[in-house]
Structures are given as C-alpha cells and as structure tokens.
Ligand binder design. Structure first.
Ligand code: SAH
Length: 235
C-alpha cells in the first residue's frame, strides 16, 4: 500500500517505459551506466561497504544497487515503478548477486526501518519528486546515527539547462524529451539547507563531470551541472 503522495505518477510511468532497456549500456540509461563507477567510488571511499546495510532509494533498474552488492553490501533497493523493479529483479539472474528489491515508497521504508542503514543512496531522483523536503526527511529517518547519505542531482543553472535538457534531450537525443523539468532542479545550497533542516551535516559536495562523447565521468569542483553530495547523521 502507498502511504505517501510524494510521487508524480507521470514520472514513474516515464521511467517504467524505459525499463526493458535499462541494462542496455547504449540505451536511454546510458548516462547512468557511465556515471555509475564514479558514484560507487564516491560511496565506497566514505563507507566500508563490506557487510554494510545500504538503501538505494529510487533504484530504477538497479545499476547502483548491484554495484553496491558486488562490493559486499547488503542492499535494499526501492522504487515505485513496478516495471523497473521487475527488471532489476530479473537482472539478478544474470549476475547472481543478491539485492532485496521492493516496490515501496521512501516514506514506507522509513516507517518500516527507521535508523537501520549504514548508508542511504538516492541518485538522480529528487528532481523527479513533488516534495523534495519530504523525501530528504524520509532519507534522514532511515540512517543509523553516524551513517551517511549520498545524493546526486542536477543543479538549477543555465549550464545544467543547456547540458541536461537542450543537449541531452534535444540535440544528442540521449534522453527522451520531458525527462527533466528545470524548475525542479535544486541548487547545492538549497539541498544542503534541506539536509541541515533534518539535522544532517553536509561533509562534501563534488561536481560530477561527464563527457557523453567519450563516455567518461569524473569528480570535479564544477558543480554547475550534476553534483554528488555526502551528508552524515550525527552519532
Ligand atoms: N537511482 C537510479 C535511477 C535514477 S532514475 C540511478 O541513478 O541509477 C529515477 C528513478 O526514480 C526512476 O526509477 C523512477 O521510477 C524513480 N522515482 C521517481 N520518483 C519516485 C518516487 N516518488 N518514489 C520512488 N521512486 C521514484
């Protein structure tokens, strides 16, 4: 049962449509495939993953969930897209990894398992929810004291508008049109404020660089387009 309305069903349907091609490195999830190793390194540099309990919120087809599981974490992956969760589960047959995938909202997981995770990841999702503050609240509730939250999203700058919407959706056609809505992008300062409001300490904000032609991704100080951040719940 869904206990939250912090979801845009239009957004979920948009991702569900892409589900069958999620694991195709040349399909619409191509940027996520290319960013994934950098995201995993960012998380594993800050949390010892072997044996850690990790939640991947808005896990989609499971790119990061599987990478975390391969690194030895005990992963719960949640998403409200039924098809993406099915694809994520099916893919485990290929990799023989274990991930506990659930069609569940962040509010439901936070209520069911408060203070239960050593790390919570929520990548490229907050820009798709109607109420970002409510999502951040749920994520904070899931963290054990001393645990870390990792998020990535798009900044609300002309550069991000140019790269993520004009470039990726209209020119390169990497992503379907309508994937992103500029007004929902969050500046790092705005996201940091939401995190601090939940009592979390922001430890790092890094730019996530990406060249769609070479398919290379890297961490940088340039946060104007895509960025990753780490915040800690005080022990
Ligand atoms: N985190 C994954 C997928 C990003 S795509 C990755 O970075 O590899 C965004 C995902 O968020 C989609 O799978 C979509 O279904 C999910 N999503 C969007 N709004 C959501 C919501 N309110 N609750 C749960 N999942 C949501």
């Amino acid at each position: 049962m869904q206990t939250t309305e912090n979801v845009s069903h239009k957004e979920i349907a948009r991702f569900d449509k892409l589900a069958s091609r999620w694991w195709d490195p040349d399909g619409e999830s191509r940027p996520l495939h290319d960013l994934n190793p950098v995201r995993l390194d960012y998380v594993s540099a800050r949390v010892p993953l072997r044996g850690a309990r990790v939640a991947d919120v808005g896990c989609g087809g499971g790119l990061l969930s599987e990478a975390l599981a391969r690194a030895g974490a005990d992963v719960v992956g949640i998403d409200l897209g039924l098809k993406v969760i099915e694809i994520a589960r099916l893919h485990l047959h290929e990799t023989h990894l274990q991930v506990d995938y659930r069609k569940q909202s962040s509010t439901e997981l936070a209520a069911a398992e408060p203070a239960s995770f050593d790390a919570v990841c929520c990548m490229e999702m907050i820009e798709h929810v109607p109420d970002p503050a409510a999502l951040v609240h749920d994520l904070a509730v899931m963290l054990k004291p001393g645990a870390r939250l990792f998020m990535s999203t798009l900044n609300r700058t002309p550069a991000a508008f140019g790269a993520a919407i004009i470039g990726a959706e209209y020119i390169a056609r990497l992503l379907p049109r309508g994937t992103h809505h500029y007004a929902q992008f969050l500046k790092p300062s705005e996201l940091a404020r939401l995190l601090r409001h939940e009592g979390l300490e922001v430890e790092d904000i890094s730019g996530l660089g990406y060249n769609p032609l070479s398919r290379k991704a890297w961490l940088s100080r340039f946060t104007a387009i895509n960025y990753l951040l780490c915040a800690r719940k005080p022990a």
